[in-house]
Design a protein around this ligand. Sequence first.
Ligand code: AGP
Ligand code: GLU
Length: 612
Amino acid sequence: MCGIFGYVANGHVSPELVVDGLRRLEYRGYDSWGIASLNAGQDVQITKAVGKISKTSPEQLDRLRDPATLAMGHTRWATHGEPNETNAHPHRSQSGRIVVVHNGIIENHRELRHLLESEGYVFKSQTDTEVIAHLLDRNLRYTHRFDEALSLTVLELKGAFGLAVMDIQQPDRLFAVRLGSPLVVGVDDGRCLISSDANALAIYTKQVIYLDDGEWAEVTREGVTTYDFHRAATGKIAEQIEIDVAASELGSFRHYMLKEMYDQPESLRNALRGRLQRSEATVRLAGLDDLGERYRPERVKILACGSSWHAGLVGRYFFEELARMPTEVEYSSEFRYRNAVIEPGTLVIAMSQSGETADTLAGLRESKRRGAQALGVVNVVGSSIARECGRGVYLHAGHECGVAATKSFTNQLVVLLMLAVHFGRQRGMSIRQGLELLDSLERLPELAEQVLKTDEQIRQVSEEYVDATNFLYIGRSMEFPIALEGALKLKEVSYIHAEGLPAAELKHGPIALITPEMPTVVIATQSFILDKVASNVQEIKARGGRIIAIVSEENDAFHSLADHVVTVPTAHDFVSPILATIPTQLLAYHLAVLRGCDVDQPRNLAKSVTVE
Ligand code: AGP
Ligand code: GLU
């Protein structure tokens, strides 16, 4: 999951540039970091530390001020071996010739370690990564050509990797290698850069080369040459990226999560822009255009993980109700190893904010292999899922830096609703219903602005629950997945245990947990099922449970039941769950801040999950 950043330049650049790049990539992993630099005299300097690079003292960074012809660094999300200085990357081969940083997992590291140990290599760390440095070093003994040795090495590795490799005998170049973990090369005036994502490159250059799986780049300050793992040139040339760097600035907000929640009116507007087609009472999505007017899938299968999976569950209600399309929503991690039957006429939607989630990418490949039509619903432009799908619908949520998904989640809901309207109109949805939905979608950004006004009320409510150790979240119909998402958000950022449930399931067991110490968040904005939820809430009340209700303005059924009522503007039943999401985000945020948690980079997490 980690972040990799590196450069090759003219000898006047200092590795502070890598520090800066790694800070931008820190959302990918932040348990330890390390940087290796090489100057013209072929002196390698390696600096490592436990913790976040953004929290490193200036004295610790002093050593990184001297110019170097090249440097590369890593911010780690440990998979093999605890986060300590020894296990932090870069890792160096025994002879000292090869230095490596790695994102991913080497699955055959045990076998390779035994082989190398039997040949006299002594390992210093517990990581799977160290085998790469020694293996390349070893292969260089058998063949003196570096490219041959690199090819042999990468073909021997099983698993997923993005690598930056330094050979101290070639002090004018770095090698960037990709199989399964993202890596982008930036081409700038007089220097080239390597990064795990294009965002971290955007302030330096807008000219980038996305490496594909099974490809490596030889990066010098004059330019980049790409090869496949068998050393055949692949001739990639740089493409221009459009990334608004200013949009990722924190501004006056205390945290990215807060800023990104407040971005929602604008991000929702961006998701809708140019897509609502009133004249036809439908939605036009460019990603579907190249499938042709006549493209009419029979059913939908959504593959996703985490919050994206929750969004998919809401999408199932949209597709079934509005388009009468049978819809399945699957955890990509389970789907990929199941011998799933994909019926003809299935549209597989790979849903992912980052576009890099390893399991979703693998699920997508598996579906394509079985002949399914695939569509990516992705936020990060140019990400692996977006590129492998070939066609898709971008979320246009803008860069999301906070590890917890907020604006990307609400944009996922909006994009799914738009897809359902598009297919619904092909399958019998009336013009009247189509227009009603377009109207409510159009009003959504403005209503989201109003929901954000509940911020202070929710902060005050949070103060009462700061010592809670457990929470329940309940909802029905489309708001059951919103309950799941609310619970996930709370767990992620505040470390309070929480469980999301369909409200009616309480009485089948979990109601045993209700005591005054177990608060329940009730999400109930959909008019058609309000009375049913109210009965479920009565059952909690009767057992002394404390209740925080998120309801629509015109609903007063909960005022006498709930301890706290947070209201959102009344909206169409298909749109109000999107609005109801925002108070759950604010609640998680305020509880986390009050408990002193690191909301933007919660413990043990990383934004982009590029390992299985
Ligand atoms: C969201 O808050 C989580 N950090 C996580 O569940 C996330 O949604 C999941 O890892 C999937 O990520 P993706 O959308 O980038 O594929
Ligand atoms: N598997 C490697 C390790 O544990 C790399 C992890 C990462 O991607 O940060 O060090």
